[in-house]
Design a binder for this molecule. Structure first.
Ligand code: ZN
Ligand code: MN
Length: 490
């Protein structure tokens, strides 16, 4: 960032809460299904249909709020947010306005700046004020697509209408794009950990918007801000914020100034572009939803939810470093995703070698996952099978080079380590009787060298080791071969 300037960034995240049914009706909350398959009079907005709050939304919302440091309000009110759009059949969205479900939270987020090559340096915690997390329903979706018989075809799919959302709004507390990036990842992981949301940006069940402005260092009031939308991944979001900071500083310095407007991230050209200006800003005319009671939650309910919250990612990160003796870098990679963290813990437990488990997962297995488009969640090699491979290596049944080949075959075939080792005849010969027999044969076939060795030419040991390994087709345990040779050649 240019000397003398600072960025002021606030974040809004919409997270789809992971319920089976919608927030105010019994329709399935899936939106990959046949268009408009999951609809009923309530979510179609038919006159006279009445909403009923899904209790599961309150539970998941409470889990999310508490694990993000928010306070749950004893009473919250649902309000109608009025606007017209084709994907909103009622003409309003049921949301919350002046009395939200939860508010006033402080969240500690680990964050780091990145160098030119994207490596993080100096992780440190920052404190973020979360103003609120309220509950609301999602709108439907306008779909524009080609069909075999029709060139351009547009329709409205209301499967998504009425799916539950938690909207999480922070104060203007971020000063760099990477802080915003680390915050979104923090929230994403917390929501996954507590089971409140799948929080997958690519699937659209976590959507974020950034409010970005810049000001001179030392300035107290805010300058005009720009709202960034259409951010399809956390990385695009970071790039869009970074671009916007530079653009705004330049616009202020040139005297051109910054318009208060909404901008989109243009992925192709790597820049932001105007979506709408302030002139089109909405006036939502919120008013209380008359068809829903105020939502009241008891202290007992909050205590019960608190007791169900599992270990959160940052606590897990600290534990991985402490109990498994992992570096911060390795532990934070493993805690990057809930399935990966679970995969690691299962491997470490079954292999009894925590360090090797981390190394194998983060190097060899990660490479296979990347190449095949898999992840820990759908790994062709299970944690148990990887643990078996690590045990074989620790027991010196196979060597490191063989283990890497075995893993590739396990990945391709889905077979266990034991099956692959057996099929490929890789198992090391660690049976001392068998090794003694080979050593004796080799000595009998090379009487001259035996005499020379015994006469003082100890360099010949390497020759004997080579002969024994060759006779065993490379399968003899090298350490045992050495020991047996030294004994017999005395
Ligand atoms: Zn419905
Ligand atoms: Mn919203």
């Amino acid at each position: 960032m240019k000397e003398g300037w600072e960025a002021v960034i606030g974040m809004e995240i919409h997270a789809q809460l992971k319920t089976e049914t919608k927030i105010f009706c019994g329709c399935a909350a899936n939106f990959g299904d046949e268009p408009n398959a999951n609809t009923c009079p309530v979510c179609l907005g038919l006159p006279g249909a009445l909403p009923v709050l899904n209790e599961k939304v309150v539970e998941l919302g409470a889990k999310a709020a508490l694990s993000l440091g928010l306070n749950i309000n004893e009473t919250s009110i649902f309000s109608r947010k009025n606007y017209f759009y084709p994907d909103l059949p009622k003409g309003y969205q049921i949301s919350q306005f002046d009395k939200p479900f939860s508010s006033n939270g402080t969240l500690e987020v680990l964050t780091a700046e990145r160098d030119e090559s994207g490596h993080a340096k100096d992780w440190k915690p920052i404190k973020i004020h979360i103003e609120r997390m309220h509950l609301e329903e999602d709108a439907g979706k306008n779909v524009h697509e080609g069909l075999p018989d029709v060139d351009k075809y547009s329709y409205i799919d209301l499967n998504r209408a009425g799916t539950p959302l938690g909207e999480i709004v922070t104060g203007p507390d971020f000063r760099t794009s990477w802080q915003a990036y680390d915050y979104v990842n923090h929230v994403r992981r917390v929501l996954q950990w507590v089971g409140a949301s799948d929080a997958d940006m690519e699937k659209g069940n976590l959507r974020c918007e950034a409010n970005v402005s810049v000001r001179k260092v030392g300035e107290e009031k805010f300058r005009n801000k720009v709202e960034l939308k259409n951010l399809n991944s956390v990385r695009f979001m970071q790039k869009a914020i970074e671009y916007e900071i530079e653009r705004q500083i330049e616009a202020h310095e040139s005297g051109e100034g910054v318009n208060q407007e909404t901008r989109l991230w243009d992925e192709k050209n790597n820049k932001t572009k105007v979506m709408r200006s302030k002139e089109d800003a909405h006036d939502y005319r919120y008013f209380p939803e008359p068809d829903l009671q105020p939502l009241k939650v008891s202290t007992e309910f909050i205590e019960k939810i608190k007791s169900e919250i599992p270990e959160l990612p940052d606590a897990m990160l600290a534990r991985f470093q402490r109990d498994y003796d992992l570096t911060f870098a390795d532990a934070s990679q493993l805690v990057g995703d809930i399935s990966l963290a679970a995969f690691y813990e299962a491997t470490a437990a079954a292999s009894k070698n925590a360090r090797a488990s981390a190394n194998w997962i983060l190097s060899e297995l990660q490479r296979e996952w990347n190449a095949a488009g898999n992840s820990a969640a759908d790994s062709p090699v299970s944690a148990e099978n990887l643990a078996e491979l690590i045990r074989f290596l620790d027991e010196e049944k196979i060597n490191g080079k063989q283990a890497k080949e075995v893993l590739i075959e396990m990945f391709a075939s889905g077979k266990s380590a034991a099956d692959v080792v057996k099929e490929q005849g890789l198992e090391q010969i660690s049976d001392s009787g068998a090794i003694e027999k080979i050593v004796e044969d080799v000595m009998a076939a090379n009487e001259g060298q035996v005499a020379a060795y015994r006469g003082g030419n100890e360099k010949l040991l390497g020759f004997f080791v080579g002969q024994v390994m060759k006779a065993s087709k490379g399968q003899a345990n090298p350490k045992m071969v050495n020991e047996v040779l030294l004994e017999k050649l005395k």
